[in-house]
Design a protein around this ligand. Structure first.
Ligand code: ATP
Length: 356
């Protein structure tokens, strides 16, 4: 039976009040807890969060490998909550790729088409096209064991793309690759997604990956989404202390200190790179907030140095400085120096309460 085409104008994915619990009694875990989320057609969407925050469970609920405890999953506007995985217009790329070792690359990629009884000529053409999309022309005859990690990852991607799903789910797709290959594949994945125009939803615990690859990021914590938005918004305007701390480094200014320094109530976050350090008594242009402190530590890190400044008012701040400002040779001399830190009022972001 053909899959329903979906309703025009509907989001690719919509989940409403989605909850999945495991276990009972004292062992009860809310893996996904009352989540509402929409992903638009053609979006590259990241689900970011620490280990155990519910990202994989969320992906499995969308794919249909898990049934929710409550709530609904809509794909293209159709309620698919009770529909099995093979009747959803979704494909999943697993972290371990799950390639068949006894089949050639072309057979692996064409497997889904054989199951769907797509004709031989069309299947062959689609397999070739999928291999070209992932830049693996000419590799069809090889076995997975004769490929590098990055190439296997591409085969897994081609095997999903060949089905032309509406939505592609990727669980830590680059997790098994070394750093250099990972960076290469990040760029490739983004380019491939733009080329094919399919909605990509990928799970990662790597904030750099989420920020650099996706159109929007959802930050998970304890089965809930604490913030959803474009990478720049999530980084520049974190909604909660958890998001401020998990995505990038953040300085939290507690309410009592914020009231003195900023003149407002609430917990604020200031990013290390937004803070200037000036010698005691000097002013900094465009900065309205000043606090006195002492440099307690300097860590040299190539292009930048990370300074820690112990404020008289209490908190310890991390400050990033370019090394044309702080010379590597004299960083030692900075420790113990009385300074003033300063930042523009707009760079102090007020945080809401965490969901937990
Ligand atoms: P990771 O990044 O480590 O993969 P995650 O964010 O994907 O973590 P999940 O795998 O979704 O997290 O797990 C969320 C919570 O649900 C965890 O506390 C986990 O132990 C629990 N959980 C997941 N699957 C099951 C299961 N089949 N039975 C019992 N508990 C489970």
């Amino acid at each position: 039976m053909p899959l329903p085409a979906g309703r025009p104008g509907s989001p690719a994915i919509a989940v409403r009040g989605l909850t999945k619990t495991f276990g009972t009694g004292d062992g009860l875990v809310h893996a996904v807890d009352q989540v509402d989320l929409e992903v638009a057609d053609g979006e590259f969407f990241a689900m970011l969060g620490p280990s155990g925050s519910g990202k994989t469970t969320m992906l499995r609920l969308i794919a249909g490998f898990e049934l929710p405890t409550s709530g609904t999953v809509l794909l293209g506007g159709d309620d698919v909550t009770r529909r099995p995985p093979n009747r959803r217009d979704v494909n999943t790329v697993f972290q371990d790729y799950a390639l068949f070792p006894h089949m050639s690359v072309a057979e692996n990629v064409g497997y889904g088409l054989r199951v769907k009884k797509v004709g031989r000529a069309e299947a062959q053409q689609r397999v070739e096209q999928a291999l070209a999309t992932v830049r693996l022309e000419g590799f069809g005859g090889r076995r997975p064991t004769q490929l590098s990690g990055g190439q296997r990852q591409r085969v897994a991607l081609a095997r999903a793309l060949v089905n032309r799903p509406r939505v592609l789910l990727l669980d830590e797709p680059l997790g098994a690759l070394d750093l250099k290959l990972r960076e290469e594949m990040q760029a490739e994945l983004t380019a491939i997604q733009r080329e094919v125009g399919i909605t990509f939803v990928f799970v990662t615990h790597d904030q750099t990956e989420a920020l650099s690859m996706s159109d929007r990021v959802a930050v998970f914590n304890h089965g809930r989404i604490e913030q959803v938005g474009p990478p720049a918004e999530v980084y520049e305007r974190p909604a909660t202390p958890f998001v401020a701390g998990f995505v990038g480094t953040s300085n939290l200014i507690p309410p009592d200190v914020a009231e003195t320094l900023i003149g407002q109530r609430g917990t604020f976050s200031v990013r290390p790179e937004k803070i200037s350090v000036v010698d005691d008594g000097y002013a900094a242009a465009d900065h309205e907030v000043f606090a006195a402190g002492v440099v307690s530590r300097v860590q040299y890190a190539g292009a930048t140095s990370r300074l820690e400044v112990q404020l008289d008012a209490g908190p310890l701040l991390a400050v990033l400085r370019r090394n044309d400002v702080v010379q590597s040779g004299d960083t030692g001399g900075l420790v113990g120096r009385k300074v003033r830190v300063a930042w523009a009022r707009r760079n102090a972001v007020r945080l809401g309460d965490s969901g937990t």
